[in-house]
Write a protein that binds this ligand. Structure first.
Ligand code: 1CP
Length: 341
């Protein structure tokens, strides 16, 4: 049997070595080699072309040898595959020109075609695995609330008036949308597992927009449903990133997730002391640390790693993703400081 990677060992809380490191949005616009591919192809075409998706997934691994790769794709490929046309606008992000706001809008969806439409993702996983060697590959999906937010808003203006109104005015309809997203997500993740991913991460990037009570109904409930619905014969680890919801972590503790990915507002060391027995932890350097000088990056990383030394289930990451204007050399310092710890 293949020796387990640091990353998988940390997910299982059995890592006695230095902690593994990867970074959300490690494949992206801050890399010149990404921008070179992107000059010739739009973002959606890159996701839908398995060779290109594999190539871009591998770029940060070639450059920095992170301890895990994350598949190049997007959380919004699910509603797109269901039949909602999606485009990405420069400076605006993802746009659904036909947002789903009432039951009639659901007629655009063809639920039984979604998985077939996503077959490019599973092909990309196979191609990526062929070139990755021993580095584990993380597959992913969005959590239904975050995906639904894009879908009902049309595009995210950070106020979330449409989805927040729906929670109060028509929760039954919102749940109807989310039930379909949830079932499709389970099938999508199961196909990613079959195609060979080594771990799964579920992104609830907009959890910070939910009240405590609504979070239980619209976020936690669905995340649990997804994890319980996985057909996961080899028990690959499941990571949950629920941004901006650290005050809810006492509730997340009994989650079925193997790893919780914390954002930078969470007290990592306190969390590790209290919940590490039941779950591994990932995160949570302030992404803005990458803007600091290499000397400061090195100092901050080392200081934090000393504090986290006794935890066998800790994975280094940022509290959220890398940004397009970040310096690849600073990313290198961040990764290498962890790797030489
Ligand atoms: O123009 C470009 O080249 C596209 C920029 C880009 C990239 C590189 C987008 C558009 N998505 C991605 C890749 C991506 N998205 C990955 C690939 C793997 C990696 O992390 O390296 C992943 C996991 C995602 C997931 C994703 N997409 C999330 C969840 C994580 C997060 O950042 O909160 C969300 C919310 C999206 C929506 C999305 N996709 C892209 C944009 C610009 C957005 C809007 C959100 C934002 O502005 O950050």
């Amino acid at each position: 049997m293949q020796k387990k990677s640091l990353f998988i060992k940390a997910c299982e809380k059995k890592n006695d070595d230095r902690p593994p490191v990867w970074i959300m949005r490690q494949a992206g616009r801050y890399l010149p080699e990404y921008r070179r591919v992107r000059e010739k192809h739009d973002f959606i075409s890159m996701c839908q072309n398995p060779e290109l998706a594999a190539e871009v997934t591998l770029q940060p691994i070639r450059r920095y040898a992170m301890d895990a790769a994350i598949l190049f794709s997007d959380i919004l490929v699910i509603p797109q595959a269901l039949g909602s046309p999606l485009r990405f606008e420069e400076n605006k992000g993802p746009v659904f020109d036909k947002p789903i706001r009432n039951p009639k809008d659901l007629e655009q969806w063809k639920e039984n075609e979604a998985i077939e439409n996503l077959s490019y993702v599973y092909k990309a996983i196979k191609y990526t695995k062929e070139s990755l060697g021993d580095t584990p590959l993380i597959g992913f999906s969005g959590a239904p609330f975050t995906v639904a937010a894009y879908l009902v808003e049309g595009y995210v203006q950070k106020r979330f008036q449409v989805i927040k109104s729906m929670i109060f005015e028509n929760p039954t309809f919102l749940k109807q949308i989310m039930d379909v997203l949830c079932e499709t997500t389970i099938a999508h993740l199961n196909n990613q597992i079959k195609a060979g991913v080594d771990a799964i991460q579920i992104f609830e990037s907009w959890a910070n927009h939910l009240s405590c009570e609504d979070w239980k109904t619209f976020s936690y409930y669905y995340i649990e449903k997804i994890i319980k619905g996985l057909d996961n014969p080899e028990n690959i680890p499941v990571i949950v990133f629920s941004k901006g919801s650290h005050f809810l972590l006492p509730h997340l503790k009994p989650t079925s997730a193997d790893v919780l990915s914390l954002d930078e507002t969470c007290p990592m060391l306190d969390m590790a002391k209290t919940i590490h027995k039941s779950v591994a932890l990932q995160g949570n350097f302030d992404p803005a640390l990458i803007y600091a000088s290499p000397k400061i990056i090195e100092k901050k990383v080392n200081e934090h790693l000393v504090k986290m030394k006794n935890f066998k289930g800790y994975i280094v990451n940022l509290g959220h993703g890398l940004l397009p204007d970040m310096d690849p050399e600073h990313v290198k310092v961040f990764v290498e400081t962890v790797k030489s710890f």
